[in-house]
Write a protein that binds this ligand. Structure first.
Ligand code: NAP
Length: 289
C-alpha cells in the first residue's frame, strides 16, 4: 500500500480563500472589518518570522493588521495594560500574544488576560472550558487545522478509534477534545504510555504531536490508517516530523508530509478564528444584557 499524501498547502489556500470571501461579504454588508492584534515582546528571530507570516496572511485576506511590538524589557504590568486596551477596543476582533515571551515575563498569566471572545489562540482557561463543554468559543489553531484536514478528506471520525500521541495544552489535549466531539473514541498517549506501538496500532486516525523526530514508524500504524504528523523538528538535514515518513507511507492510507502538512493549516485557522471572533463579538453586542 502507498498512502495518499495530504496537501496541507492547498487545503490552507482554500481556507484562506473562504475567509477572504467572508471578509468581503461583511464589508459589502457594512459590517466592521475584522482586526487581529498580534503582540510581539522582544526580538526573538523565530517569533519575528512567525509573527511576520501571520501579519502578511491577515492582510492578504482583508483582515486589519493591528500589530503591537513591545521592547523586550517591557514590564509585566505594561504588557497587561496593552492587552486591557486591546480587549476594550472594538476594532480588535482577535488578540494573539506570541509565545514564548522574554524572561521574566509570565506568558501564561498574560495570555489569561485576553478576553475569551478575542482569544484566537484558544488558550485561556475559559476557552478551554468552552471547548471541553462543547460551548461556542474559539478553538486552538493547530488542532482545528487537523480537524479541517480530516473534514477536507471526508475522513469519518464518528465511531473511529483515534489515538493522539502528545498531551500538551497547545495541541494534544484540545485535539483530543475536538476528536471526541466529532464522536471518535479517543485515546491520549504520552511519554509514560506503555507499549506505544500497541496503542497506536489500534488507531483508525493517528495523530503525532510529540516533538521526537521519526518516533512513529511503520510498526506503529494500522494498515490503511489516517496518520497526521503535527511534529516540527528542526534538524541539520532540515524540518522533519514525528513520523518516519518513507516507512509509514508504505502502510498508512492517508498521510501528512512535513513540511507542507499541518503547518500551513495553523495560520489559516488563525485567520478563520479572527473572523469567528468578529462574529462572536457582533452576536454578543446584539444579545440582550
Ligand atoms: P510539548 O508541549 O513538548 O508536548 C509533547 C508531548 O509529547 C507531551 O505530552 C509528552 O508527554 C509527549 N511525548 C514526549 N516524548 C514522548 C514519547 N517518546 N512517546 C510518547 N509521547 C511522548 O509539545 P507540543 O507543543 O504539543 O508540540 C509537539 C510537536 O508539534 C512539536 O514538534 C512542535 O514543534 C509541533 N507543533 C507544530 C505545530 C504546527 O503548526 N505544525 C504547532 C504546534 C506544535 P508527557 O506529557 O508525558 O511529557
Amino acid at each position: 500500500m502507498s498512502a495518499e499524501i495530504i496537501d496541507g498547502k492547498a487545503i490552507a489556500a482554500g481556507l484562506r480563500a473562504t475567509v477572504a470571501a467572508e471578509v468581503e461579504t461583511r464589508r459589502v454588508a457594512g459590517a466592521p472589518t475584522p482586526g487581529l492584534a498580534t503582540i510581539l515582546v522582544g526580538e526573538d528571530p523565530a517569533s519575528e518570522v512567525y509573527i511576520g507570516m501571520k501579519r502578511r496572511q491577515c492582510v492578504e485576506v482583508g483582515i486589519a493588521d493591528l500589530h503591537r511590538h513591545l521592547p523586550a524589557d517591557t514590564p509585566q504590568a505594561e504588557v497587561a495594560a496593552v492587552i486591557a486596551e486591546l480587549n476594550a477596543d472594538p476594532s480588535v476582533s482577535g488578540i494573539l500574544l506570541q509565545l514564548p515571551v522574554p524572561k521574566p515575563l509570565d506568558g501564561g498569566a498574560l495570555t489569561e488576560l485576553i478576553h475569551p471572545d478575542k482569544d484566537v489562540d484558544g488558550l485561556t482557561a475559559i476557552s478551554v472550558g468552552r471547548l471541553w463543554r462543547g460551548d461556542p468559543g474559539l478553538r486552538p489553531c493547530t488542532p482545528s487545522g487537523v480537524m479541517a484536514m480530516l473534514a477536507h478528506h471526508a475522513v469519518p471520525a464518528a465511531g473511529a478509534r483515534a489515538v493522539v500521541v502528545g498531551r500538551s495544552d497547545l495541541v494534544g489535549k484540545p485535539l483530543a477534545a475536538l476528536l471526541q466531539q466529532a464522536n471518535a473514541t479517543v485515546t491520549m498517549a504520552h511519554s509514560r504510555t506503555r507499549d506505544l506501538a500497541a496503542v497506536t496500532r489500534e488507531a483508525d486516525i493517528l495523530v503525532a504531536a510529540v516533538g521526537v523526530p521519526g518516533l512513529i514508524g511503520a510498526g506503529h500504524v494500522k494498515p490503511g490508517a489516517v496518520v497526521i504528523d503535527v511534529g516540527m523538528n528542526r534538524l541539520a538535514s532540515g524540518l522533519v516530523g514525528d513520523v518516519d515518513f518513507p516507512a509509514v507511507a508504505k502502510v498508512a492510507g492517508l498521510l501528512t508530509p512535513v513540511p507542507g502538512g499541518v503547518g500551513p493549516l495553523t495560520i489559516a485557522m488563525l485567520l478563520s478564528n479572527t473572523l469567528a471572533a468578529a462574529t462572536l463579538q457582533a452576536g454578543a453586542d446584539a444579545s440582550p444584557h
